[in-house]
Design a protein around this ligand. Structure first.
Ligand code: PLP
Length: 361
């Protein structure tokens, strides 16, 4: 079948690997002789349970997730995790938060509804364009956990070095960098990621949680869907899960394994981001907005010399097959999200376009 695809720089939902989409299309009408599509399948069926177990096993292999960590597939999007984390992990009613952009800001607002939030560091003073120095943190002893957003999708900054948690449990929102590079799971008590950026379709969040953290929650009256324990006890099948997202994510895990795993993804992502940042660094019209050592490999935020020019870039780019380059509505500017599925050729073609735009400006 003939189709014209664009280079989609959306921050999420975002591009998926073409090979995966083709494979899914091949199985659409009749999944492995079941005579039905995965969308039509009972989550209790043998075929689907096999899909879910394989997806979890492949994710465990890709990330090297130890046995004492649970892997949960939960609905409600990333936003629900802003509440689930404090509802489940605030046992003393106190946690430390790092404020580095729009998504950690939102997490803080929700955590405050559950208990005391200690702001350990913030980059608000410069519009969240950098990761603050965390070498001398003053962490109250009774903080239940420390929370960070490891890659701020809107602001385009990323934590290249984790803060010294001083023995506290570290919780990370990895939504927009999940599986983009190797991750030492044992550095964290809990990792979560909305899958609609770097993995699969919207509607699911993956939570990787150290088992001992399931015990001793403050509020026994927590609604059942918000209780990690309920999901863990039922292997993410307490209720009907997002079967389609689990299936698609499973396909992406297999694809990543075939590509060489997370070290290879990191190599490719560094190479890809360098093409764009190198261009921005020498451009006389465009400039990157994040501090150099903190800039994200996934979400490249940049600007031309005026808002009007940014608008022109977005519309002219779209006409030439580069979609979704508009920066987040809260901060404006331009943003190219270049997740795992964006090929290097897409970034090279974008740079050619920007170079031409600059010449003609
Ligand atoms: C880093 C990060 N965390 C959380 C969220 C919120 O996710 P959701 O829209 O699935 O609630 C987003 C969404 O874009 C995000 O980029």
């Amino acid at each position: 079948m003939n189709y014209q695809r664009v280079y989609n720089f959306s921050a999420g939902p975002a591009m998926m690997p073409e090979a995966v989409l083709e494979e899914i299309r091949g199985e659409m009408m009749n999944y492995r002789d079941t005579g039905m599509c995965v969308m039509e399948m009972s989550h209790r069926s043998k075929a689907f349970i096999q899909i879910a177990q394989q997806a979890e096993a492949d994710l465990r292999e890709l990330m090297g997730i130890p046995d004492n960590y649970k892997v949960l597939f939960i609905q409600g999007g990333g936003t629900l995790q802003f509440s689930m984390v404090p509802m489940n992990l605030m046992k003393n009613g106190r946690a430390g938060y790092f404020e580095t952009g729009a998504w950690s800001e939102k997490a803080i607002a929700e955590a405050k509804k559950c208990g005391q939030v200690d702001l350990l560091a913030s980059s608000r003073d410069a519009g969240f364009t950098y990761i603050p120095d965390c070498s001398k943190l003053n962490i109250p002893q009774d903080c239940d956990y420390l929370y960070l957003c490891q890659n701020e999708t809107i602001n385009g900054v990323t934590w290249n070095t984790l803060p010294d948690a001083q023995g506290h449990v570290l919780v990370s929102d990895q939504s927009s960098m999940f599986l983009s590079r190797p991750c030492r799971v044992t550095d964290f008590g809990l990792i979560w990621a909305g899958v609609q950026k770097n993995v699969g379709p919207a509607g699911m969040t993956i939570v990787i949680l150290r088992e001992d953290l399931l015990r001793g929650r403050l509020d026994p009256q927590i609604p059942v869907y918000l209780d990690y324990q309920a999901h863990a006890d039922q292997e993410s099948m307490y209720n009907t899960p997002n079967c389609w997202a689990i299936y698609c994510c499973g396909k992406v895990f297999q694809h990543l394994k075939k590509m060489g795993g997370l070290c290879e993804m990191e190599r490719r992502n560094q190479e890809k981001a360098k093409v764009l940042y190198d261009f921005l660094d020498q451009s006389s019209l465009f400039h990157g907005t994040a501090r150099q050592q903190d800039r994200s490999l996934m979400n490249v935020c940049f600007r031309a010399d005026s808002d009007e020019r940014d608008t022109q870039v977005v519309s002219q780019a779209k006409a030439q097959g580069f979609d979704n380059l508009k920066g987040h509505r809260s901060i404006g500017g331009l943003r190219a999200s270049i997740y795992n599925a964006m090929p290097k050729e897409g970034v090279e073609a974008l740079v050619d376009f920007l170079r031409q735009f600059e010449k003609e400006a």
